[in-house]
Design a protein around this ligand. Structure first.
Ligand SMILES: [Zn+2]
Length: 200
């Protein structure tokens, strides 16, 4: 049991409660992104000697928790472990809403996080629903009281008759390589998000 005033507790419950994790080896994302920290005790994960090499992460590979902290907090925050039945009967949108933080409580998600998540779902037995995917460029401004700039690119919206994970993954990957979209994002220092809508 951990006590309520454990030094590792901040506000993790706000964004991690009930999330699904899986155990795996740390893999470097890029030259500039070569390590992660445990969300609780701040221990490092990397390829380096002395750091943790394996741990639990959320399905988008975004938040890492070391084995010690996972054991200490899994009941406190109702963490799930990924299994074959985790996604049974769910749709892609159900899983995104549960496992990845939305932008401003709308169904807008960072594309890299979606790609990481969808790769874990390719073999899952899920419900399929028609859906649409619309690329959205978002710029969050440094002053927290300023409204973000949000540009919907409806002309690039894609409707999928069957919202199966592999189709969704393929579509998002293609959008993330769209030259005009990416050069516009780079010019304006905006980030690519994807808006998901049910189309029943
Ligand atoms: Zn830890």
């Amino acid at each position: 049991m951990v006590s309520e005033d454990d030094w590792r507790i901040r506000r993790q419950g706000d964004y991690l409660k009930g999330k699904t994790f899986y155990f795996h080896e740390f893999a470097q994302w890029s030259d500039t992104w070569d390590h992660e920290h445990c969300e609780f005790c701040w221990r490092s994960f990397s390829d380096q000697d002395g750091d943790e090499h394996n741990g639990y992460s959320t399905l988008d590979d975004f938040t890492w928790v070391c084995p010690q902290c996972f054991n200490d907090f899994k009941d406190v925050y109702s963490f799930n472990l990924l299994s074959e039945s985790t996604f049974s009967g769910k749709t892609v949108l159900d899983v995104l809403r549960k496992e990845i933080g939305q932008f401003q409580n709308e169904d807008l998600y960072r594309y890299e996080r979606m790609i990481n998540l969808l790769k874990k779902m390719l073999e899952a037995d899920m419900n399929s629903r028609p859906m649409s995917l619309t690329p959205v460029l978002i710029q969050t401004l440094p002053m927290s009281d300023e409204e973000p700039i949000i540009e919907m690119h409806d002309q690039l919206a894609i409707r999928l008759e069957s919202g199966e994970p592999n189709k969704v993954l393929q579509t998002i990957t293609e959008l993330s390589k769209n030259d005009s979209l990416i050069s516009e994002a780079n010019d304006k220092q905006m980030m690519l998000y994807i808006k998901i809508a049910d189309e029943m």
